[in-house]
Design a protein around this ligand. Structure first.
Ligand code: ZN
Length: 385
């Protein structure tokens, strides 16, 4: 049984909320279809985030190909803050009303995942972070989750299809099941080394049966410099202090001259658990907290009708742009037709939002995934979690 929406259904507006169909019905009957400007912004970011990463735009624009819609937006992969209009859409209202649901759906989840990935990457302080979240969500969106985690700055993904679409090599070791079937960690490691291609790193799970440190030393003494790293994925009930376990492994490896053997940790990690592990650990596999990242609650509201300022209670009317000062990074949200926006520091501010689509034609060359990710990475050093 297949129940996920096809692209055709999404592009035909079939995943819309019924109330947009009702709106269409009423406005068509009343012969009202004015030119409307609507803006998309997040009133509040989730989990006390101070900033977020905007992503999902390259998928969103597909909704309006061959329409008469204009879109202006922050470039995909940009940092944004609460109450900043990341996207403005302009056109006849009935040309885009029913697309509000999928439009928000594309960017709310994507931006949530990219933001979480960026937070984890910052917390890892240069260590490798891999996306292991495929198993936590519907498989139809596996490549979606991994794309936006990758855009957010993580280094690789475990799911084979995601890696293919991102032009990466999928990354991972072996599951506990192989060690259980083989009956012993060392026996499995020897078989792994004998069977798998030389280019695949020798990274062995060390928490299936015995103590993580004792298993690590057994492996290192037998495989010697062939052992690239061990992975610790100890269940929460047996963890005690994971950072102490990692420290013990690191110190005893070093004491025996195995300084080149790395330590990877996975299982229930997020941006808050990494700093305590960083002194001993070389890389992380992060699953649930990426795939189930808090969504960014963008909303879309009309701010002008036929060029006249109008909006609902609790919002500010008028088409606006996000401006930034290139000297002090100060930001402001100001009406788009303002002649010159001056920063508090005195310098003239530049517009960050750019025309993306004019009458259904993409005006800005669509950036590929690596370019979008590079934009994110270039901003990470100015941010903290
Ligand atoms: Zn300034």
């Amino acid at each position: 049984m297949r129940i996920d929406a096809s692209h055709k259904e999404i592009l035909n507006g079939k995943t819309t909320d019924i109330y947009f169909q009702r709106a269409e019905e009423i406005l068509k009957k009343e012969k009202k279809n004015p030119v409307v400007t609507a803006e998309v912004y997040a009133r509040k970011l989730p989990s006390n985030y101070k900033w977020a990463i905007f992503s999902g735009l390259s998928e969103l624009v597909e909704l309006f190909k061959d329409s008469k819609i204009d879109i202006q937006a922050l470039p995909e992969g940009s940092v944004f803050f609460e109450k900043e209009p990341v996207l403005t859409i302009q056109g006849k209202y009935l040309d885009f009303a029913k697309f509000e649901t999928p439009l928000l759906g594309y960017i709310c989840q994507a931006s949530g995942i990219s933001t979480k990935a960026a937070r984890c990457k910052i917390a890892a302080e240069g260590r490798t972070v891999l996306s292991f979240g495929a198993r936590r969500m519907h498989p139809a969106i596996t490549p979606v989750i991994d794309r936006y985690a990758y855009i957010g700055g993580i280094d690789g993904v475990s799911a084979v299809l995601s890696a293919k679409k991102l032009n990466l090599e999928a990354q991972g070791t072996i599951p506990h099941s192989v060690i259980l079937v083989m009956g012993d960690t060392l026996k499995t490691a020897i078989a792994y080394d004998r069977t798998l291609h030389d280019e695949i790193p020798r990274i062995i799970l060390v928490d299936t049966f015995g103590d993580e440190k004792i298993e690590t030393i057994r492996l290192a003494e037998k495989l010697k410099n062939k052992l690239d790293a061990v992975r610790v994925d100890t269940p929460g009930s047996r963890r005690g202090n994971l950072s102490e376990i990692a420290r013990e492994i690191r110190e005893e490896l070093d004491d025996r001259g195995f300084n080149n053997v790395g330590i990877f940790v996975s299982g229930g990690l997020d941006e808050f658990s990494l700093p305590k592990l960083n002194p001993w650990v070389n890389g992380y596999g992060i699953g649930t907290s990426l795939s189930n990242a808090p969504t960014i609650n963008f909303s879309m509201d009309i701010v002008e009708i036929e060029g006249k300022l109008i909006t609902k209670k609790g919002k500010i009317a008028g088409k606006k742009d996000i401006f930034e000062c290139q000297r002090c990074a100060g930001r402001a949200v100001v009406l788009s037709d303002t002649d010159e926006v001056k920063c508090q520091c005195g310098r003239k501010m530049e517009t960050l939002t750019k025309p993306i689509m004019k009458k259904g034609k993409i005006t800005e060359k669509t950036k590929n995934v690596a370019e979008i990710r590079n934009r994110v990475i270039s901003q990470l050093r100015f941010l903290n979690v």
